[in-house]
Design a protein around this ligand. Structure first.
Ligand SMILES: Nc1ncnc2c1ncn2[C@@H]1O[C@H](COP(=O)(O)OP(=O)(O)OP(=O)(O)O)[C@@H](O)[C@H]1O
Length: 247
């Protein structure tokens, strides 16, 4: 079954259209990347899927069900988003325990803290972090908390918006390894936005290349490894990234 199906999706902000006719399918269990230049509409697609922007036309289906943009509660049980900047996405005056417990409380799920303990373990954080505040943790630890929060409601789908790009290079690899492991352990499907083609090779099965709000090509990880792109812009992106990588 497909986890995500986008058919002819057009998305706007205040009537200015920024995504034009995007169509793609992400299979259940797959890890799929959106890559492309800054401003090409990658994050906008994630936000529309998870209900943060309802100014769209076309069709979004999650696990075969058409998404109703007005029903966010339904969407958040299925899919959760992790943002680029864990400092910005965590409330500075809330402890890790409060942050992780909140999604359960919002959805009326009773839990005596077991799930918090379980999720801290799953993201590799010692229980002593449970009552810390964001400023008492490193960037990598904060991103682990953000990932744990996203997993609290046991979603099947994670929408990852540049989840490592705000972190130090040395920490990026740790978080990428964690995401790889979590996907396996919890049977997750990923839709990941990144600028970084090596991240796609490491974590994703397929990728869509976006330019100016349009999907110009969909390719597999194999094609990426061989640099086999049909579209001129995809090739450009590939060569630029290789250059960056070598340098
Ligand atoms: N909240 C907003 N209000 C108005 N316009 C927006 C808003 N967010 C994004 N945009 C515009 O929509 C377009 C697509 O932005 P989006 O953030 O989806 O791009 P992106 O491909 O994710 O870029 P980046 O890699 O820089 O994050 C851009 O022109 C951007 O300026």
């Amino acid at each position: 079954m497909s986890a995500i199906e986008l058919n002819n999706l057009n998305i706007a902000y205040s009537s200015v259209q920024v995504v034009h006719g995007a169509s793609l399918t992400v299979n259940e269990g797959e890890s799929f990347a959106l890559v492309g230049e800054s401003g090409s509409g990658k994050s906008t697609i994630l936000k529309a899927i998870c209900g943060l922007n309802d100014e769209w036309t076309g069709e979004i289906k999650l696990y075969g069900e058409k998404v109703d943009p007005r029903n966010r509660a339904d969407i958040s049980r299925i899919s959760q988003m992790v943002f680029q900047d864990p400092y910005g996405s965590l409330h500075p005056r809330k402890t890790v325990d409060t942050t992780l417990s909140e999604p359960l409380a919002i959805h009326g799920i009773k839990d005596n803290g077991d799930r918090v303990v379980e999720m801290l373990n799953a993201v590799g954080l010692d229980q002593r972090y449970r009552f810390r505040f964001p400023h008492q943790m490193s960037g990598g630890q904060r991103q682990r908390v953000a990932i744990a929060r996203a997993l609290m409601l046991k979603p099947k789908l994670m929408l990852l918006d540049e989840p490592t790009s705000a972190l130090d290079v040395s920490v990026q690899a740790e978080i990428l390894n964690l995401l790889k492991q979590l996907r396996k352990d919890q049977n997750l499907t990923y839709l990941l936005v990144t600028h970084d083609l090596p991240v796609v090779s490491f974590l994703c099965d397929r990728l869509a290349v976006m330019k100016k709000g349009k999907i110009v090509e969909i390719a597999t990880r194999d094609q990426l490894a061989k640099g086999e792109f049909n579209d001129a812009y995809s090739q450009e992106l590939y060569h630029a990234s290789k250059h960056e990588y070598v340098a």
